[in-house]
Ligand binder design. Structure first.
Ligand code: COA
Length: 260
């Protein structure tokens, strides 16, 4: 696959996708969104990849949002279409079937914050700054930022961030639950790779079903969510990895999960 705006690297069972437009702080134009969709689909279908890390190129930025040059030129009907495309892509990332770790190396603003929120886990450098500044441009988030932010940090804090457009530093992002962990900037990628390797050694089907159970379960009634969880439990309890995991525990050895 030829990629102009992304880098896709492999490190064992971990793939690393780097948004690579440093002159515009890795802003997402349509070409980049399109490449991201193709790269993410490739990762989805490659069973040897167990975990995906998404990060940004350069020292300053994860992703500084949608490309404002393109946003400025949108006509009304195009705006809706643009938002729907972004929403579909981020939904694909949220439900990729394997864990996705955002390694937030700097600004994660607008579409960048929305991209990070679509990932399964968020690891932030202590220099990271996150926010939804769309209101300052006279617009609003369009890649499901109003929805994922409210679900992650609660309605009150989400409305504060969405209506003021203010940026939060890494420590505040951690306190409000917008990121999972904060690490020194210089060790961000090492920490992201270590976390990815730790998760990559676990049973892939169980990982997939846990993510599905949380994501889908939050969108339906508690009763339906419990039913979904029990159904997925039934499936995971029929896997080879269930037998391996339980046998390894009883034999006091480390499990070797095959993904079947
Ligand atoms: N779209 C297009 N270009 C962008 C961009 C975006 N979202 N974010 C930054 N850039 C460009 C800048 O226009 C600038 O280009 P130039 O060198 O040709 O002037 C370059 O990236 C560097 O950005 P600059 O603003 O000079 O860096 P800074 O350190 O002073 O500020 C930010 C960094 C992130 C605070 C600032 O760039 C910013 O506010 N960006 C927009 C964030 C935003 O509103 N995102 C939501 C978009 S819907």
């Amino acid at each position: 696959m030829s990629l102009e705006n992304l880098l896709l690297d492999r490190d064992g069972a971990v793939a690393i996708l780097t948004i690579n437009r440093p002159p515009v702080l890795n802003a997402l134009n349509s070409a980049t969104l399109d490449e991201l969709r193709r790269a993410v689909l490739d990762v989805r279908h490659d069973a040897a990849i167990r975990v995906l890390i998404i990060t940004g190129a350069g020292e300053k930025s994860f992703v500084a949002g949608a490309d404002i040059n393109e946003i400025a030129a949108l006509r009304p009907a195009q705006g809706k279409e643009h938002a729907r495309q972004g929403q579909h892509l981020f939904e694909l990332i949220e439900n990729l079937g394997k864990p996705v770790i955002a390694a937030i190396n700097g600004y994660a603003l607008g579409g960048g914050c929305e991209l990070a929120m679509a990932c399964t886990l968020r690891l932030a450098a202590n220099t990271a700054r996150l926010g939804q500044p769309e209101i300052n441009l006279g617009i609003m988030p369009g890649y499901a930022g109003t929805q994922r932010l409210a679900r992650l940090v609660g309605k009150g804090v989400a409305l504060d961030l969405l209506l003021t457009g203010r940026q939060v530093e890494a420590d505040e992002a951690l306190r409000i639950g917008l990121v999972n962990r904060v690490v020194p900037r210089e060790s961000l990628m090492a920490e992201a790779k270590a976390l990815a390797a730790e998760i990559a050694a676990k049973a892939p089907i169980a990982l997939q079903y846990i993510i599905e159970s949380v994501n889908r379960g939050l969108e339906v009634s508690f009763d339906q969510a419990q039913f979904l969880e029990a159904t997925l439990f039934g499936l995971v309890a029929s896997t080879d990895d269930m037998r391996e995991g339980t046998t390894a525990f009883l034999q006091k050895r480390k499990p070797q999960f095959s993904g079947s």
